[in-house]
Write a protein that binds this ligand. Structure first.
Ligand code: UDX
Length: 467
């Protein structure tokens, strides 16, 4: 690598922490800044506030060498060549992104700039935020020739964020001048040149020295829109297949056969066509709403996105109806819940469809026994405790004496469950699977009454409805 760059990353949430660790992994010197003192102390002491594959080993290796943690934004800005803003942009009441953290950080950075810096927006922000950050920096005393503002959206999925960072489909930079573009290209050079993939210690993934990722350079506004449009499109793909799944349910057709047939058209592609209980997480719900709001502000009603949201919300209600029709009455029933995270492989429960379904069940008078490989502590922080809520430490314990098992997150370990042991533990062999983890034929062969999303239930012999 030509020259290591000194990078400050402000905000050590999922995006900030993973980006910081990966920049250090690429050979740069990184200062990770957060105003949460407890979090910084935890990180300094070798702890981790999030559950992410490869991150513990990477930080273990790099903590002594090239990455440091601090609450001192002023000093970090002084030392850095590039300052990445990766703070939260939560959804405000009317759907738009609340940019007050970005504003506060930009104002503070402005007061610390003493020579040329590239300020990079990494948080997901609406189009024109770049201009706002520029204005904020100027208003707070930074002279225009001492900085450039660049947009570098992330496309990191929780659970695979490190691999997504180091083996990206593409790296997008929105930039208006060559000086800033040059610095960003240098930062990503170990990936774009392919050199990183030749290292024996490189995190494995789909990229290689012969097949490095492309870096797309575009205007800042185009980069901002690329991020919103990408997430909105992916959410639309999920809602689309969920709507198709509901039709499949009515027609007695397996949605996976349809998704396979559709996805093999390479204009569509096979990914993000898994039907289920809808998308959740910290990005899709927020970004779809924010993109709709942005469109509205620019004079366009993006009603398609409203429909994407409606289908997503309905998907949980339809699943709930499925539980009711499988169990008849719900009051007093004891249900085993496998999965609380918004998807498998993470401890994140933000906007988790699982949590919403658990709340619906409690409202109907059910008792729930909850298990998730990583998300139970977080669930305890948000779910009212009570005599009808129990947390257990494994899947079989959750199933013991339950009237049915509900599968609500797609953890690998759930798909690998010992079905004989599960059936023996249950009071009734009923599995209601919101993530289509099991094969209906196998389940039926093992003696389960099995319900899933958009796939005929063999045990109950669901018939196609004649149109
Ligand atoms: C997403 C984007 O993928 C990532 O690029 C972005 O930058 C941040 O938001 P993430 O929220 O971590 O990442 O999760 P993702 O794997 O995309 O899944 C989002 C939700 O959609 C989950 O609830 C998941 O279970 C659901 N999903 C995903 C489906 O229901 N079906 C699918 O086929 C894919």
């Amino acid at each position: 690598m030509a020259q290591p760059i000194c990078i400050a990353v402000v905000g050590s949430g999922y995006v900030g922490l993973v980006s910081a660790a990966c920049f250090a992994e690429l050979g740069h010197r990184v200062i990770c800044v957060d105003n949460d003192e407890a979090k910084v102390r935890l990180l300094k002491d070798g702890g981790l506030p999030i559950h992410e594959e490869y991150l513990p080993e990477m930080l273990g290796r790099l903590r002594q060498e090239s990455i440091e943690f601090t609450t001192d934004l002023h000093e970090a800005t002084r030392q850095a060549d590039a300052v990445f803003i990766a703070v939260g942009t939560p959804q405000s009441d009317n759907g738009d992104a609340d940019l007050s953290y970005v504003d506060a950080v930009a104002s503070a950075i402005a007061r610390s700039i003493d020579n040329y810096k590239v300020i990079v927006e990494k948080s997901t922000v609406p189009v024109y935020t770049n201009e706002w950050i520029t204005r904020t920096l100027e208003r707070n005393g930074a002279s225009r020739d001492t900085f450039d503002v660049v947009s570098n959206p992330e496309f990191l999925r929780e659970g695979t964020a490190v691999t997504d960072f180091l083996h990206p489909n593409r790296i997008v930079i929105g930039v208006e001048n060559e000086r800033a573009a040059h610095l960003l290209r240098q930062i990503y050079e170990p990936l774009t040149s392919g050199a990183y993939y030749d290292r024996p210690s490189a995190v494995p993934g789909s990229r290689s020295a012969d097949n490095p990722p492309p870096l797309l350079q575009m205007s800042t506004r185009a980069a901002e829109l690329t991020k919103h449009a990408t997430n909105a499109f992916l959410a639309m793909k999920i809602s689309f297949i969920n709507a198709v799944a509901n039709i499949c349910d009515a027609a007695g057709v397996n949605v996976e056969e349809v998704a396979r047939g559709v996805g093999m058209d390479d204009r569509i592609g096979p990914r993000f066509l898994r039907a289920g209980i809808g998308y959740g997480g910290s990005c899709f719900p927020k970004d779809v709403a924010a993109f709709r709001w942005v469109a509205e502000q620019l004079g366009h009603h993006f009603d398609l996105l409203a429909e994407v949201e409606r289908i997503n919300a309905d998907q949980k209600k339809l699943f709930f109806r499925k539980i009711r029709s499988a169990l008849w009455t719900l009051r007093g029933k004891r249900l085993a819940v496998l999965g609380l995270a918004f998807k498998g492989g993470t401890d994140d429960i933000r906007e988790s469809p699982a949590i919403e379904i658990v709340r619906m069940l409690l409202k109907e008078g059910c008792s729930v026994t909850l298990f998730d490989p990583a998300a139970m502590e977080r669930t305890k922080e948000v779910l009212e405790p009570g005599p009808r809520v129990k947390y257990v430490s494994d899947m079989y314990e959750a199933a013991t004496d339950a009237h049915a098992v509900l599968v609500l997150s797609d953890w690998q370990e759930f798909a690998a469950i010992d079905l004989d042991r599960l059936r023996e533990a249950l009071r009734h062999p009923i599995v209601i699977d919101g993530r289509n983890l099991f094969d209906p034929e196998v389940m039926s062969g093992k003696g389960f009454t099995y319900f899933s999303v958009g796939r005929p239930s063999l045990a109950t012999g669901v018939k196609a409805v004649k149109l």
